[in-house]
Design a protein. Structure first.
Length: 431
């Protein structure tokens, strides 16, 4: 990419973006992107999200644009419960994407609304989260403003495409500003993200916690750990959140109190390992009704389970999005292990994973092993290294299967599992 082609964009109402889309409303602007409501020549309305590549240092732009393109591709998830991506493009050298627009109100307009079918809305949110998680994505910004209820009565999750990196997004939220007031989105942030002095692998349990805050607010109109306006409030809010001290008394008069208490207990714990590991655990305790999951034709949310030849790692998020590693074909007989780590000339790995704009993967990150006797695959955190004292070197940021941390003892892997290695997500699939 030629850096001279990247130019600043200051689009305003009535401006035409890329010669195709007229700006009807400027919705938001962050350090990394701008968001607009636009309309095309046929009258069709969309939400347009534009990466502010002109704000990125020229030497970093090539990697940033590759990262943004891979993020957009990996978020192209066909789901009844997500506002889907419909088009992408480049304007003045800056990438953009279009998502569906629906006549709707966000969830802030429905908090503690007696006419709202809370169970239906909650299930729809959970169906959307499950589709994201099965596709190797963690939303990281679940809050009422990012949940829409359309005029047709559908509940949909939006703003799940993160341009500029999820780690950068969360770090920016935690930085203090000159204002006396704080970013209210921090109320939905899991406690393990409060102090990002070291990298935290982003797991589905982050969204589970945020969902718990949204549910509490939907039921009560309040936040679970108290008011949150000033920096002083934020200190108290964090303290109560870390102590799991959410306001149970406010739910005394709710008809489904016992159900909601159970759900909130599964979500609003500061210990990520004690939260619901997957969305189905929450869905299983909700009241049964006719609101069943609606699948979309052509969707790849569900990974096929019937093994014909073997299993493979499918890159669902990362710089090699879409690449597949067929594990049986990588075994070098008679060896039964496959080493995985960051691409680096100083260490040999059977699977070498590149990182263009981050360095969260260790050079000796994990080991995949095949048990010939039982026809089972395992993954272990770390690798054998005869040069070290203990001879087994763990990774620096951990290896995770779904939301569970893997030790050197190993974890069985099966089709549908999501392996998290740094910011890279790998799904176990069959071929």
């Amino acid at each position: 990419m030629n850096n001279n082609t990247v130019k600043r964009c200051d689009f305003r109402i009535h401006d035409i973006i890329d010669g195709k889309y007229r700006v009807e409303r400027v919705l938001s602007s962050t350090q990394t992107y701008q968001q607009f409501k636009v309309i095309d020549s046929s009258g069709k309305e969309y939400i347009l999200k534009l990466l502010k590549l002109w704000e990125v240092e020229p030497r970093l732009r090539s990697n940033m644009i590759v990262s943004a393109e891979n993020e957009i591709k990996s978020c192209n998830i066909k789901s009844h419960y997500l506002t889907n991506i419909v088009q992408t493009g480049i304007v003045n050298g800056n990438p953009y994407l279009l998502t569906e627009y629906f006549k709707s109100l966000d969830l802030t307009h429905y908090l503690r609304n007696p006419r709202l079918n809370v169970v239906k809305v909650v299930k729809d949110i959970l169906y959307g989260l499950r589709d994201l998680h099965k596709s190797g994505k963690v939303h990281c910004q679940i809050m009422p403003e990012n949940i829409l209820i359309t005029d047709a009565g559908r509940t949909m999750i939006t703003n799940y495409v993160v341009l500029g990196g999820r780690g950068n997004l969360l770090s920016a939220k935690n930085k203090t500003s000159n204002s006396r007031y704080i970013d209210k989105s921090l109320a939905y942030q899991a406690p393990e993200l409060y102090n990002l002095d070291r990298y935290v692998t982003l797991l589905p349990t982050i969204d589970v916690y945020s969902f718990g805050v949204v549910l509490f607010q939907l039921l009560t109109g309040e936040l679970p750990f108290g008011r949150l306006v000033t920096e002083s409030d934020w200190i108290n809010y964090q303290s109560r959140a870390r102590s799991n001290d959410w306001n149970r008394n406010i739910l005394l008069r709710n008809d489904l109190r016992d159900v909601w208490i159970s759900v909130l207990d599964m979500c609003l714990t500061s210990d990520a390992n004690s939260r619901a590991i997957n969305i189905d655990e929450i869905l299983d305790i909700l009241p049964k009704d006719d609101n069943h999951y609606v699948s979309v034709t052509g969707s790849n949310v569900e990974a096929p389970k019937n093994i014909l030849n073997g299993i493979m790692l499918h890159v669902m998020q990362g710089d090699e999005f879409g690449k597949c590693y067929r594990l049986p074909e990588l075994l070098q007989h008679p060896k039964r292990i496959i080493t995985v780590g960051r691409r680096d000339d100083s260490v040999f790995n059977v699977i070498q994973i590149p990182e263009l704009i981050s360095s969260f993967i260790s050079r000796r990150h994990c080991t995949i092993e095949f048990d010939y006797d039982n026809d089972v695959w395992y993954i272990r955190d770390g690798q054998w290294d005869k040069e070290t004292k203990k001879q087994w070197t763990p990774s620096l940021n951990g290896t995770f299967v779904n939301s569970e941390e893997v030790t050197e003892e190993g974890h069985k892997i099966v089709p549908g599992d999501i392996i998290s290695i740094g910011d890279v997500k790998l799904r176990i699939e069959v071929y």
